[in-house]
Design a binder for this molecule. Structure first.
Ligand code: 9YT
Length: 131
């Protein structure tokens, strides 16, 4: 059994940030669960376009608020504590931080290795070492 405390991840290589978001990778591919598990903080008022072409992602909001826009349809959905969105079609989307920082719990399939960076499309490349 593994026990992971987010406070032990802060400031390590499992915490990745830019000015407007921070993500803490509680579980990565190397943890052997078949998915990765993250806590992502989206800053109030910020805007992010992501397109996980090679991953499926489920995201559950536990605090704060914001919106998500499906860039294929233009539909916008409110996100508050208790909302989950599932990018079951690798949906390209824009996330908008609301009036308070949004705290999101995310799972990725296949799992993120921790080495990925967002490319110009907001995607992470697939893991090339899939063994
Ligand atoms: C909200 C969201 O899509 N989070 C994804 C995880 C984050 N970009 C990371 O840990 O790489």
């Amino acid at each position: 059994m593994k026990i992971v405390k987010v406070q032990d991840i802060i400031g390590t290589e499992r915490e990745v940030s830019d000015k407007q978001w921070t993500s803490r990778r509680l579980l990565l591919k190397k943890d052997g669960m078949g998915f990765s598990f993250h806590e992502t903080i989206i800053k109030a008022g910020s805007e992010h376009t992501f397109w996980y072409k090679h991953h499926l992602e489920a995201v559950y909001c536990v605090a704060g608020n914001g919106h998500i826009k499906d860039l294929a349809t233009g539909e916008v959905h409110e996100i508050t504590d208790g909302t989950l969105y599932a990018l079951n079609n690798h949906d390209k989307h824009t996330l908008y931080g609301g009036t308070e920082d949004m705290r999101l719990i995310c799972a990725f399939n296949p799992p993120v290795t921790g080495q990925e960076v967002h490319d110009e499309d907001g995607a992470y490349q697939p893991d090339s070492n899939d063994n």
